[in-house]
Design a protein. Structure first.
Length: 570
């Protein structure tokens, strides 16, 4: 009744006001047409016919006929007003816009409402030559509307009172059980599923109670099982070593686990499909276009330079939904690196071993074909065979040591050692060679240098290898210098020479296995490219670092940094 009453009252107001305005508009247009015609035929605006029309066309209203300047040329009320100017804004707008203008005005003295209506008077060229201004009281209109509203409101109140008196007792018999079910449902919505309602009857309300109790029990069981499965799935996704990205049938990303965010370089799990790498998007597109939905995979580069393998499979939520995709991303950087290292290692070892074997075989064949009968040639060939055998033995020994270092099976015997003792022993081992080649070989050790805790044999191996390289690649009468200083918190040993140096582009690779700056020169010197690799492994196992600086044709500087020991015994 309230909704209908609201609609009715609004419609009633609109209807009466519409009719009232239409009636005023029609009268104003009639007057405007009459004055326009009179103007066209040369009749005076104050002719008796026009005066009668102005006076009686709209009963109980004030009518003013104005010229284009707003001057009153006729009125239905007081002819003494003729010649005065009307300044209402509605009149001005009617003359400017060539349209009917209306407004409601409330008299502040008696609170009565009036309708202002202004209609333009147009000539045959549709040019305003004046206006009709009507002031119509609205008392009768609103009295009629109020009477109808009072009748309707009275009927509505009576109907509502009867409804309340009859509805309350009936509603209580129904709303009581429903209110209990509602209260229990609210508790279930908060997560408390231990809710049961009391069933007092076998009617529809009773059936509702029984159904609610059954629903509560089933829902409790289902949610418990779902929560367990969700927890297990979250634990697996959070801790698995592969990245997982799930895209639904609408191509929206619905799941990204932490490993996927790390691999793809995302700071948040809110990822748009366009943010995925091009390779993954291409893989998903191919998978979606494949009617069989067979799994597909593709390798691609990650944002941090890692090698990634994307593996995509399809899934469907239900038969009516579109097919989605799950992308599993695996970091295969280390796997590829190890595989490439293994291939390179096998190739390098094969090449290094094949060279001396080929030499030995060639000389043995020469000896068996008759060179053995020439004592001088045979002796020279046997010396070459012995040299190549020593070279191959050294290569195998270095390979075995690298293998033990990689497998962490190398035996270590760390002791507290004094730097002067270590470096003086190294200098003594190369003293004769330096003297024979007239080289300037010096050792400079700081006085305040502390002791270090190292495996003496292995540090000697490192120093011997580096000093030996310095002598190999420094010409006669050159300079080789060993310096040691204490730079908190490490001891630094520097081996500098004035030899041929190392090209800039080779320096980053000198610690790689089997890498040689000048292969011909290194092979002539007997090197296999493993000495510096072994030296780096040994120094790093001691917690230190090794670095090389060099300028081609000007010399090389190798710096070894080793941590100091906690204290040294006297």
């Amino acid at each position: 009744m309230q909704l209908v009453g609201l609609y009715f009252i609004r419609s009633l107001n609109q209807y009466f006001l519409g009719n009232f305005n239409d009636s005023l508009g029609t009268s104003a247009k009639t007057l405007a047409t009459a004055f326009s015609n009179a103007h066209e035929h040369g009749k005076l605006p104050d002719s008796p016919e026009l005066r009668e029309l102005v006076k009686y066309s709209v009963p109980n209203s004030l009518i003013y006929v104005l010229d284009r300047n707003g001057i009153i040329v006729d009125t239905s009320d007081n002819s003494a007003l003729i010649g005065e100017k009307r300044v209402q804004s509605e009149v001005t707008r009617a003359l400017l816009d060539k349209s009917v203008q209306t407004a409601i005005w409330v008299d502040p003295t008696n609170k009565k409402r009036y309708t202002f209506l202004a209609a333009p008077i147009l000539n045959h060229a549709q040019v305003p030559i004046g206006a009709v201004d009507i002031l119509a009281p609205m008392d009768n209109l609103y009295n009629t509307i109020n009477s109808i509203e009072n009748i309707f409101v009275t009927g509505t109140i009576v109907a509502l009172i009867l409804t309340i008196l009859l509805g309350i007792p009936l509603a209580r018999t129904i709303t009581g059980p429903i209110a209990e079910v509602t209260a229990r449902a609210r508790e279930m919505a908060k997560g408390n599923f231990n809710q049961l309602v009391e069933v007092k009857s076998k009617d529809e309300i009773g059936q509702l109670g029984l159904t609610f109790n059954y629903l509560a029990q089933q829902l409790k069981t289902a949610l418990h099982e779902k929560e367990q499965e969700k927890t297990k799935l979250e634990v697996v996704l959070e801790n698995m070593g592969e990245g997982v990205v799930a895209i639904d049938g609408e191509e929206a990303v619905i799941l990204v686990n932490p490993m996927a965010r790390t691999m793809l370089g995302y700071a948040t799990d809110r990822i748009a499909p366009a943010d995925l790498p091009e390779e993954i998007r291409s893989l998903i597109t191919q998978q979606s276009e494949d009617a069989r939905g067979l799994p597909m995979e593709k390798r691609f580069d990650g944002p941090n330079g890692q090698k990634l393998l994307g593996y995509v499979v399809s899934f469907m939520m239900d038969e009516s939904s579109k097919r989605g995709n799950v992308v599993v991303i695996r970091d295969v950087t280390e796997q590829e690196r190890m595989e490439q290292a293994r291939r390179n290692f096998v190739a390098d070892v094969s090449h290094e071993i094949r060279t001396p074997l080929t030499t030995i075989r060639s000389y043995v064949e020469a000896l068996t074909e008759g060179a053995i009968h020439d004592d001088q040639v045979a002796r020279r060939f046997l010396n070459v065979i012995a040299s190549e055998s020593v070279r191959m033995t050294r290569l195998v020994t270095e390979l075995l040591q690298l293998s033990r270092l990689d497998a962490k099976k190398e035996q270590w015997d760390p002791t507290e050692e004094l730097i002067p003792d270590i470096l003086i022993d190294v200098a003594n081992r190369f003293h004769i060679q330096a003297k024979q080649r007239s080289m300037d070989f010096t050792v400079d050790i700081a006085s305040d240098i502390p002791c270090i805790r190292v495996d003496r044999d292995k540090i000697d191996q490192v120093l011997d290898n580096i000093v030996s390289n310095a002598f190999k690649y420094t010409p006669d009468e050159g300079t080789v210098q060993i310096r040691a200083a204490y730079e908190l918190p490490q001891v630094k040993i520097v081996i500098a020479d004035s030899g041929v140096g190392i090209p800039v582009h080779d320096i980053p690779h000198v610690f790689e296995r089997f890498y040689r700056v000048d292969k011909a020169r290194s092979r002539k010197s007997g090197g296999a490219g493993l000495g510096l690799a072994i030296a780096k492994e040994i120094v790093e196992r001691h917690g230190g670092d090794i670095a090389i600086e060099s300028i081609a044709e000007r010399g090389t500087t190798v710096t070894i940094s080793l941590p100091i020991a906690g204290g040294c015994s006297e």
